[in-house]
Design a protein around this ligand. Structure first.
Ligand code: SAH
Ligand code: SF4
Ligand code: F3S
Length: 478
């Protein structure tokens, strides 16, 4: 086994927290600051946004804000928003209408919009949505206390400056809605890829990698607090690269992954998202070397046709993508799950090109897929250069075909799991019954089984006897 690249000397110093994992930390704002105020925060979009909300909560907690799950009584309501498709933005607009009715009852309530929609619309938001007091982009969360005091003074608060350096490396996130078992760790921010359909480079700015030591420290602290799984997050984790200020240390993604895996063999390590152009054999060999790095790769293809991929500016073609899949199977075996994102009805996509996406799905037989129809986003390369010329009904029909095909493949995959023993990390009770526990196997499949004496955070070997559309059902084996 190779040596960890980064020293873990801070591990001894990681103090065990006084509260049990998953317990909400409660210190009254009044005791801390004399300003008893409460914060309600809601997140939309990708895992990065959910992770950012934990950073925002931490910044405001230090400012004396209590966290509340009750919107009706909150003093500050924040929506951390997503712009990826038009529908995502509509959802937020609808939610603002509902929040308006609360604000009418309690005019002192402050309403803020964070995240990608804040960055995209900037101060236009204040004109379009009169109830909004604060508009804060993803790189400006440290400014929230100041902006809130501006709003307290009767002004509106806006900061949508993007940064080339901000990674919030020193902020310890407040683990919101955590099950005390698994947690997200942001390892990078932004994206430099400029896929023609995508709004993310505009809303999240330039790609930057977080200090590797701060990532390892966060993972070690989570282990000390009883967590059993971390997910390393970035739009394109394979292009993670960090150099220390003195230039003496350089860390790429494979090395970071290995260092996190070596913290503790009982800590499961996941990561998302992998870009097909960047995922290296070194990363695949690293996954193969460590049992605790999950055998699951989210490798969005977007399309199965090389001409469409080129219009999308994905910088790989179909043979390249197929080659990456072959390498995954060669190095990690059939045991490694692969999932994808697919876009149906991108600009000028023909029926034959749509069929190519289906044939790629047949080639890979994905374990899971997130599928969407193309939604033009203002300001993107595609919006400026390409006609959004596929009729909505056609987009929807093509999307449905992809969904139907994936359902077959997912069912097939689940069926393969029957009769096998899966190592499951227990995360919670099953949604349907307190007599059953729910967890995931290394391949990210949900497994449900009778609880006996097991509790969340346990690793349990489960013999699967049947499967439903999305889950495996089984029983613990001794
Ligand atoms: N960084 C990741 C994707 C992040 S966005 C990657 O490169 O794979 C998540 C998914 O939303 C994308 O993979 C894509 O499938 C989808 N998406 C992004 N922009 C879209 C748009 N304009 N219309 C429809 N789907 C879109
Ligand atoms: Fe968007 Fe492409 Fe960046 Fe993913 S890699 S966030 S799809 S621009
Ligand atoms: Fe949405 Fe922004 Fe994530 S647009 S998908 S919340 S990076």
């Amino acid at each position: 086994m190779s040596q960890p690249l980064l020293t873990l000397d801070f591990l001894d110093k990681a103090a065990a927290p006084e509260h049990a994992p998953g317990d909400a930390v409660h210190v009254s704002a009044a005791t801390r600051t004399g300003r008893p105020r409460s914060l309600y925060i809601e997140s939309y979009g990708c895992q990065m946004n959910f992770s950012d909300s934990e950073i925002v909560s931490s910044i405001l907690y230090d400012e004396g804000f209590d966290l509340t799950e009750d919107l009706a009584t909150a003093d500050l309501v924040l929506l951390n928003t997503c712009s990826i498709r038009e529908k995502a933005e509509q959802t937020v607009r609808m939610r603002l209408k509902q929040i308006n009715s609360h604000k009418k009852r309690r005019p002192g309530m402050l309403v803020g919009v964070l995240g990608c929609m804040a960055e995209r619309l900037k101060s236009k938001f204040l004109e379009e949505e009169k109830i909004v007091d604060l508009v804060v982009g993803p790189d400006a969360y440290r400014d929230l206390p100041l902006l809130i005091s501006q709003v307290d003074g009767g002004q509106k608060g806006v900061n949508v400056l993007l940064s080339r350096e901000e990674t919030y490396a020193d902020i310890t996130p407040v683990r919101l809605n955590s099950n005390g078992v698994s947690a997200f760790i942001s390892i990078m921010r932004g994206c430099d890829n400029m896929c023609s359909f995508c709004v993310v480079p505009f809303t999240r700015g330039r790609e930057r990698s977080r200090d590797a030591h701060s990532i390892l420290r966060e993972a070690s602290d989570l282990v000390a607090a009883g967590y059993k799984e971390v997910t390393l997050l970035g739009q394109n984790v394979d292009s993670y690269k960090w150099t220390s200020a003195d230039g003496a240390e350089f860390v790429n993604f494979a090395q970071l992954l290995e260092s996190v895996a070596l913290i503790n063999p009982a800590l499961r390590v996941r990561f998302s998202t992998s870009h097909p152009k960047d995922i290296t054999d070194e990363v695949l060999h690293t996954i193969a070397r460590h049992e605790n790095i999950c055998k699951y790769i989210h490798l969005p293809a977007q399309s199965g046709n090389s001409r469409v991929l080129s219009l999308m500016n994905r910088t790989y073609d179909r043979p390249w993508y197929e080659d990456r899949v072959r390498k995954i199977r060669e190095i990690l075996g059939a045991d490694c799950a692969i999932s994808t994102d697919m876009i149906a009805g991108f600009c000028s996509e023909t029926e034959a090109e749509h069929e190519d996406t289906k044939s790629l799905m047949e080639f890979v037989r994905y374990d899971m897929a997130y599928q969407f129809f193309y939604s033009e986003r203002p300001g993107t390369l595609a919006a400026r250069k390409l006609a959004d010329d596929i009729p909505l009904e056609t987009k929807k029909r093509r999307l449905q075909e992809l969904i139907d095909l994936q359902q077959l493949h997912s069912a097939e995959r689940n069926q393969r799991g029957v009769g096998q023993v899966h190592k499951v990390l227990v995360e919670n009770f099953s949604k349907r019954s307190k007599e059953h526990l729910s967890g995931r196997n290394s391949q990210n499949q949900v497994v449900i089984f009778p609880k006996q004496n097991f509790v969340k955070g346990d690793y349990v070997d489960v013999l699967v006897h049947s499967s439903s559309a999305s889950t495996l059902l089984g029983e613990a084996v001794a």
